[in-house]
Design a protein around this ligand. Structure first.
Ligand code: PMP
Length: 474
């Protein structure tokens, strides 16, 4: 394919494609037809063009606006939802917003159940639209009575006029994407799309849009990413239902196979980590100006990898960007939360962070004075299961001891045990300030110099050993 897409720029075509030229009847009419935006920086020079489908342009800030409206209108048509009715759903947030916007305009009451790992912003957002939110525990199996989906089902059974939106089993969900997202991508790329990259929560987006696109051109590849801990990618690859474990990316992955995920539409399923997802979400914001959530990060990390592998200027990859970063200000975009969860990129961590995150059980600093006896020093080494011991005079490091050297000396001459450590200590450890970053810290940690002391406000507050660093890296 020789002809490539020429993306519009404000300078080149300000009037060629006017947006929002005429007024809308209500905010519901602004759902869909989200922009397709070229990603240039986060693909690190790959020749394959990658575009992001910016679903955060929807009025509720996510791809789920598309299905909220569609599900409500289908229930109205089928006569299941009547004036004064109640919409109930177990939702990780975005579907709730999509439903709540449509319900606000149509006058329905909403009750949402939500696992407690979801961000506070999402809970507040749903309440802002007038919805009732019930928080349930995250770490319970799908069939447990406290699982958010089970709680939602119980509320429907007990509430007159209530319907379950049922996004994981409602065919209206993938159909909405077959009707809207798929055709939009086909038109926006002039039929040139070669790869669709997405990630399934319910699977509605990737299944519906993927099915439409493959009907237009069977050569189009549909590629899914999944968070580590979800059962979807392993199930796709092996046909076996593996044990799941919690992960931090929200809205994608699953502990069961929903009927809204059409695996026959998907060609490849890859597993990615929270760290890859969040790192890329932050890059999308900083480098592309696209303020997105963690699932966008995961999808673009996969799309960028694919772009590098293909290295084909005639291919055209579209990555779905499901929601806005505003939903994650207290998480992905909060360094403290990222640090607590060991998700910050190493280059942004400091020596001080290494001290705070040591979890081996030893206090951050075990030290002796020059007068301490070798016997006492060895006892400390054994008690705390450590291998390096600084010798301090006040806040000055005057020497160092290592388990290996001490033992060798004692074996040679047992009377060493009752001498002060000052008589056989080695060179002092280097001291660095707490704000020194990890690459610089690592340069101090050599075979000859197995530990570094960390100083904060003039006081020595901890020690980082080669062992700590290796442990952190793996
Ligand atoms: N990302 C986020 C943030 C979501 O909330 C969802 C929906 N749960 C998805 C991706 C996945 O969309 P779908 O349910 O259509 O697979």
């Amino acid at each position: 394919m020789s002809e490539t897409i020429v993306p519009q720029t404000r300078a080149a075509a300000p009037a060629a494609a006017p947006r929002n030229l005429t007024p809308y009847e209500s905010v519901l009419d602004t759902i869909g037809w989200t922009p397709l935006i070229r990603l240039r920086r986060v693909t690190d020079g790959a020749r394959t063009p990658v575009y992001g489908k910016a679903e955060f342009f929807n009025p509720g800030g996510s791809v789920k606006d598309r299905i909220g409206l569609a599900i409500i209108e289908a229930a109205e048509r089928e006569g299941r939802l009547k004036p004064g009715g109640v919409i109930v759903e177990g939702t990780s947030g975005n579907t709730g917003v999509g439903l709540a916007i449509a319900a606000a305009l149509k006058g329905y009451r909403c009750i949402f159940t939500m696992p407690d790992k979801m961000s506070q912003e999402k809970v507040r957002l749903l309440k802002a639209f007038g919805a009732e939110v019930i928080i349930t525990p995250t770490a319970v199996p799908p069939d447990h009575p406290d699982n958010y989906v089970q709680v939602a089902k119980r509320i429907v059974a007990e509430t007159p006029g209530a319907i379950l939106a049922d996004q994981f089993y409602n065919p209206v969900n993938p159909e909405a994407h077959y009707r809207t997202t798929g055709p939009e991508l086909w038109e926006q790329t002039g039929g040139r799309i070669t790869h669709l990259v997405g990630s399934a929560g319910t699977g509605g987006t990737i299944s519906g849009a993927g099915k439409y696109l493959k009907e237009r051109n069977p050569a189009i590849r549909v590629i899914a990413g999944d968070p580590e801990g979800s059962m979807l990618a392993p199930y796709f690859r092996t046909g076996e239902k593996v044990e799941t474990h919690p992960y931090k990316v929200e809205g994608i992955g699953n502990d069961k196979l929903p009927s809204t995920l059409w695996l026959d539409v998907i060609d490849e399923y890859h597993t990615l980590t929270d760290r890859e997802a969040f790192h890329m979400a932050r890059r999308l914001t900083r480098e592309e100006g696209l303020f997105v959530g963690g699932s966008s990060g995961l999808i673009v990390a996969l799309a960028a990898r694919l772009a590098r592998q293909l290295d084909d200027p005639d291919a055209l990859i579209v990555a779905i960007l499901p929601d806005t970063g505003e939903r994650y200000l207290s998480k992905i975009y909060n360094d403290e939360w990222m640090r607590e969860n060991r998700l910050l990129e190493p280059e942004r961590l400091t020596a001080g962070d290494m001290i705070e995150r040591k979890d081996g059980g030893a206090p951050p600093l075990v030290a002796v004075t020059p007068e301490t006896l070798v016997r006492e020093a060895l006892a400390l080494i054994t008690a705390h299961d450590i291998s390096q011991l600084p010798v301090l005079e006040g806040h000055v490091c005057v020497g160092s001891l290592s388990e290996g050297t001490l033992m060798a000396r004692v074996i040679e001459d047992p009377s060493t045990l009752d001498r002060p450590v000052a008589t056989l200590m080695d060179e002092p450890f280097p001291v660095v300030d707490a704000d020194v970053d990890l690459p610089r810290l690592a340069r101090y940690l050599t075979r000859q110099n197995p530990a570094v002391l960390v100083r904060r406000e003039g006081r020595i507050v901890g020690i980082v050993t080669r062992y700590d660093m290796v442990r952190y890296l793996v």
